[in-house]
Design a protein around this ligand. Structure first.
Ligand SMILES: Cc1cc2nc3c(=O)[nH]c(=O)nc-3n(C[C@H](O)[C@H](O)[C@H](O)COP(=O)(O)OP(=O)(O)OC[C@H]3O[C@@H](n4cnc5c(N)ncnc54)[C@H](O)[C@@H]3O)c2cc1C
Length: 495
């Protein structure tokens, strides 16, 4: 068997893999990046392709030159998306939320290709057609085994960075309980109900769509949504996803049914890539980022670490900054000669405390828990009535509803909308009683309070693993308080 030795082994040629690999290589480390796809298919990934503020170095830190990518016309980052639309066509509801400037729907394949090119330019060795099928460990994770171009090959290194995406196969293979940690391992493999299943097609229309400056979402019959994200006025990323704690939806058929019912898609065809229809599906993390993203010799990043928005499923940005964080932590640990759990802890600390986005994602997950607890029709009625400011916060485009008086207005705003805007029989059609709606309003209020409580807890994330157990026990108590406040039965607990 061919044997390779590198300082850092990055598994995955997606966004987080490229950010991690480029960051580590910039410090002069010997980095290999392993990707199961062939070179020309790298970056060909199931995604809605919506990306926010690609030029913002806080959102996309590290050596990857996002300005160059944003300037690249084949990636199509031309800042033309300036609003999110929520539609519930059955209820005649259309809400328009402003979106951050510098946002767009990219050609995800071209974006992925540019990232891989840049990682290579920073000195990363890339092995394509390389399927990782085993992890080696000896007190710590020491490397991986793979099949490369049909031949077995092994890779040994100081640190393995798991950038293999949501439901990473590496996490199934590692025996975390046998790794050397001072107490129980801090890393826990997520449950399958913490993921969503999503599918998308790229379709081409004859005429420009009217919502060419908007990303559009509308509810499904189960917890989840259908989206129309225009890459160009005539090329639309259409897709849908649902969370796996709910009954499955036949995604392909459901999407077809929707597309065929829309006049603007009459005569539309599915675009081609690599000589076949451009249709892809995949898993998506819909949970809070992992409590700990490290184990001895091992760092998880991107989808594999749950750095995805727990309501919208958007994870490009989380993959970028968590990839950077993993590369950065690997550099420090290798320089210090300590790749233990404590030596790699900086990855957790930086993401939760210094950078802070992981703390926000973790606290927003309370909305996911609350949404799962509500009947879909109640949720639809509630969303129809939510003031735009509150909706904006939940989908993560604004945090402006901060003050106590604003919080109180949320419930009042919903009821005012109910009286002013929508006829009672619309809600009767959904089978939603006023009582159920009032309970749901109360749920939103309680959830908002818990979002704040979680945020404070995550901002106090432990600086090293020695106090992690205590911190997690405190966080678990917050979970319990939240579940009790929502009157959930144990079978409904998310964690
Ligand atoms: C249908 C869908 C729509 C989405 N829409 C959006 C959106 O509009 N905006 C947004 O921001 N986010 C969206 N997301 C989420 C976003 O795509 C992910 O969060 C992001 O791609 C995660 O990046 P990653 O680098 O962690 O993992 P991935 O992009 O999944 O990359 C993982 C890589 O690892 C490789 N790999 C996996 N296993 C192995 C192995 N055993 N050996 C070798 N290589 C391996 C894979 O081939 C892949 O290239 C969507 C996700 C889905 C599924």
């Amino acid at each position: 068997m061919e044997r390779n030795h590198h300082d850092v082994i990055v598994v995955g040629g997606g966004i987080s893999g490229c950010f991690a690999a480029a960051t580590a290589a910039t410090a002069g480390l010997d980095v290999v990046q392993l990707e199961r796809k062939p070179r020309e298919q790298g970056g060909f990934i199931a995604c809605g392709d919506a990306i926010k503020s690609p030029r913002d170095p806080q959102k996309y830190p590290g050596p990857i030159d996002m300005d160059a990518i944003a300037d690249d016309e084949s990636v199509l980052v031309d800042n033309n998306i300036d609003q999110i639309e929520y539609r519930d066509e059955q209820l005649g509801v259309r809400k328009i939320l402003p979106y951050e400037t510098g946002s767009n729907v990219v050609d995800r394949y071209e974006f992925g290709q540019r990232l891989l090119e840049q990682a290579a330019e920073h000195g990363v060795t890339q092995h394509y057609d390389t399927v990782v099928n085993e992890v080696t460990q000896n007190g710590r994770v020491t490397g991986v085994k793979a099949v490369r171009d049909g031949d077995p090959v092994s890779y040994e290194g100081s640190v393995v960075i798991d950038a293999a995406g949501a439901q990473s196969i590496l996490q199934d293979m590692i025996e975390f309980e046998t790794l050397e940690t001072p107490s129980d391992p801090t890393f826990e493999v997520p449950h399958y109900t913490h993921f969503g299943s999503a599918y998308r097609e790229i379709i081409e229309t004859d005429e420009p769509v009217e919502y060419q400056n908007a990303i559009v979402g509308k509810p499904l019959e189960e917890l989840g949504y259908i989206w129309y994200f225009p890459r160009t006025p005539t090329q639309i990323n259409v897709g849908l996803g649902f969370q796996m704690n709910k009954p499955p939806i036949p995604l392909v058929d459901r999407l077809r049914r929707d597309v065929e019912s829309r006049p603007e898609y009459g005569g539309a065809t599915v675009a081609e890539r690599f000589g076949t229809a451009n249709k892809l599906g995949s898993a998506i993390a819909l949970r809070r980022p992992l409590d700990s993203m490290v184990a001895p010799g091992y760092l998880a990043t991107g989808g594999a670490a749950g750095t995805t928005h727990p309501i919208t499923g958007k994870g490009i940005r989380g993959a970028a900054y968590s990839g950077y964080s993993a590369g950065r932590a690997a550099i420090e640990a290798i320089e210090d000669g300590d790749v233990s759990e404590a030596g790699l802890w900086e990855h957790n600390r930086w993401l939760y405390r210094d950078h802070g986005e992981a703390a926000k994602l973790a606290s927003w997950d309370a909305y996911n828990v609350a949404a799962s607890a509500l009947e879909v029709n109640v949720l639809r009625a509630l969303t129809a009535l939510l003031p735009e400011t509150e909706l904006r916060e939940i989908v993560g485009t604004s945090t402006e509803v901060e003050s106590l008086s604003a919080k109180l207005l949320v419930g009042t705003g919903i009821l005012k909308n109910f009286v002013a805007e929508y006829r009672r029989d619309t809600f009767d059609a959904l089978g939603v009683s006023l009582g159920a709606l009032s309970d749901a309003v109360l749920t939103v209020r309680k959830t908002r309070d818990y979002v704040g409580t979680y945020q404070k807890q995550y901002e106090a994330y432990p600086a090293d693993p020695s106090t992690f157990d205590r911190w997690r026990a405190d966080r678990d108590r917050i979970d319990q308080g939240f579940y009790d406040a929502l009157e959930l039965s144990p079978s409904e607990y998310k964690y």
